[in-house]
Write a protein that binds this ligand. Structure first.
Ligand code: KIV
Length: 272
């Protein structure tokens, strides 16, 4: 099969598992809206995460906590309408699954029904295992998220690297195994030492996707707006910027303002 044909094949959780098995790295990015999701999907990304980082990126909140289930569903449905190939994962937002496993299942079902996404993601280890099992038993694929878990920012107090100490590293490894045993199809590891992330990726059979977790994992995820350089304020060490859209957009908007003020726009050819 040619590369071009292969690109059109819908990515499933089974495909991701095969990619890990074949040592093919998985490329994942966030998206929150139809227009950008369409570009990202057509460019050939494997997984699109409708992350609760929408709370920061789209709504301007300082943390991911304020975003609601209905707001996540709005973003998720917009992305799903644009995507042909990528696997779409939608984050369960803060407060919609931590109560108990019944609440978690109800929230996951609402996301699946109202977005038509392929799967959900939630943060945490042992404390969410019962919820993970209950969601999976309803036929919904679940991705885990360990390490820096932004929904718990008020518990930790900072966004610094996690699991540097032995005890926290040991708990992270145990949690990763628990999530795999519970049936998660993959786990995001955020901002932890590269060696620890590599160890988890080696021990587990499911794909491990890193963000600030080094190169020894099965794939990488970045926030789209960060890697495109739209967001200027956020510059963690793990972020590689592939563009400076902030400068490009500023230039375009400045040019438009100038043209409107000088009545250069619209020209004769741009009116009826
Ligand atoms: O919400 C998000 O964008 C995420 C990524 C940082 C993994 O969870």
């Amino acid at each position: 099969m040619s590369v071009a044909m292969n690109r059109q094949k819908k990515v499933t959780t089974h495909v991701l598992s095969e990619m890990k098995h074949n040592k093919e790295k998985i490329a994942m990015l966030t998206a929150y809206d139809y227009s950008l999701a369409k570009i990202v999907d057509q460019a050939g990304i494997d997984v699109i995460l409708v992350g609760d980082s929408a709370s920061n990126v789209m709504a301007g909140w300082e943390t991911t906590l304020p975003i609601t289930l209905d707001q996540m569903i709005y973003h998720g449905a917009s992305v799903v309408r644009a995507v042909n190939r990528a696997l779409v994962v939608v984050d369960l937002p803060f407060g919609t699954y931590q109560g108990n496993s019944k609440e978690a299942l109800t929230s996951a079902i609402k996301i699946m029904k109202e977005t038509a996404a392929d799967s959900v993601k939630l943060e945490g280890g042992a404390e969410v295992v019962e919820s993970v099992k209950r969601i999976i038993s309803a036929g919904i694929p679940v991705m885990g998220h360990l390490g820096l878990t932004p929904q718990s920012i008020h518990k930790f107090g900072t966004y610094t690297v996690r699991a540097k100490q032995e005890e926290e590293a040991k708990k992270l490894i145990e949690d990763a195994h628990l999530l795999q045993e519970a049936g998660c199809f993959g786990i995001v590891l955020e901002k932890i030492p590269a060696k620890l992330a590599e160890q988890v990726a080696k021990e587990l059979t499911i794909p491990i996707i890193g963000i600030g977790a080094g190169s020894g994992v099965d794939g990488q995820v970045l926030v789209l707006h960060d890697m495109l350089g739209i967001n200027q304020e956020f510059s963690p060490r793990f972020l590689r910027r592939y563009h400076n859209l902030f400068a490009e957009i500023t230039g375009a908007v400045s040019g438009y303002i100038e043209d409107v003020k000088s009545v250069d726009f619209p020209s004769d050819r741009e009116q009826y």
